[in-house]
Write a protein that binds this ligand. Sequence first.
Ligand code: ZN
Length: 455
Amino acid sequence: MRRTDRSRPSRRTVLLAAAAVLAVPAVAVPAAVGAAEPSPSAAAAGLPSGNTAYRTLADYEADLAELVADHPDLVKPITLPYPTTSGRTVRGVEISTNVDADDGKPVFVDVGMHHGNEFPSGELTMEFAIDLVERAAAGDPYVTGLLGRARVVVVPVVNVDGFVRARRQTDTNTDMNRNYGMGWLPITTGGAAPWSEPETRNMEWLLSTRQAVVFNTQHTCIQVVLYPPLQLEAGPAQDVDRLHALASEVASIYGPGYDALPSAEDYETTGEAIDWAYYATRGLALTTETCPDAGVERTYQTQVLDVYDEHREAMLTMLETAADPAQYAVIAGKGPKGAVLRITKAFDMYTSPYLQPDGSTRPSSFTSTLTSDLDVDSRNGKFEWAVNPSYRPIPAYQEDGIHGFQTGFYEEPWILTCERPDGTVLQTVPVNVDLGERVTVDLEECRREFHQARP
Ligand SMILES: [Zn+2]
């Protein structure tokens, strides 16, 4: 009942070949990269964890903790800042070579289970984390090379309360994938207000503090890879070509039945993760839905085991994309060793127009603040920081209503501050940097001030 024949030449071979020709300065692709090809017997052996049934929440927590405990050089834990409505903790991991280093690598954020009853979305996400770590720990040169160029953040269960109750919504009966602020509407399951749910604010925090080049949210059960926008009236995203290219590559990996579409063409909604994520951060944001072919029974076998090999290749493609310098921007320079660099921008975004308590129909506004920091810890103070472009796509949702088919970008520089570890700002530099660009900032003033004796 497989959708795809596993005896076909592995797509991984193609990925490996692509990795070998990618001209990435300063990172050598290991010569023995072809050795990373898994044997067919390994692929047929099952999941990276060896599991044969769905996890409980305790299983997820144990697996995340074990990854950290067994591979502290590759994995560090993340605790999201807001406990769920029922007081549960949302956890994830960060995966990279030398994971504790503040090295400015580009980031791939991968999350499961916005919808608490879509169990395969958590399983696939968790299995990919285990897979990456085990391959890197075993010395797989392809995965090690990728994790040397990029950082992966995995949160397998973002809606923990919903998962525990095997229910789509959170414990306030909100569909967290209708609760993101941009374009939000007060539909029945949209929540009391935009960002009303702690689970949604966790995701806002995660994506506002990481420079996620690619963001994937995993779902079931359709065969489709979706990208912004959520509404036809919005018109195509400014980066539609890049979004479609990645979505269609991923869709083709899952199988011939999978489509790559703007989310609006699947069905129209508002307040989903990918819309806010793309229009706020300009990261490539995808909703990946997996499902067995029509007529195939939905079981652990068909929804997890049978799809995992394709899922791994799909996620490796997203990771490759996150690691591709054409997909992000770079801020480079030489700071004083020991200083903290911070980039920040804050801007208002808007919901859809809706009936307000005062009787008027208009959008509500909210402020999105993006802020990331980087410790200058190389001996000579040099840094290379992979960031999202400072030019932000103009969204359809505006202060006075919906204005679709925008083609422009806000010229909105990153505000870079060079600080002492105690937060004292020594220099502030606005930085405009576009996709694929590398901008060098002059931090001489910060270097001079940093080394002066303090009063
Ligand atoms: Zn879903």
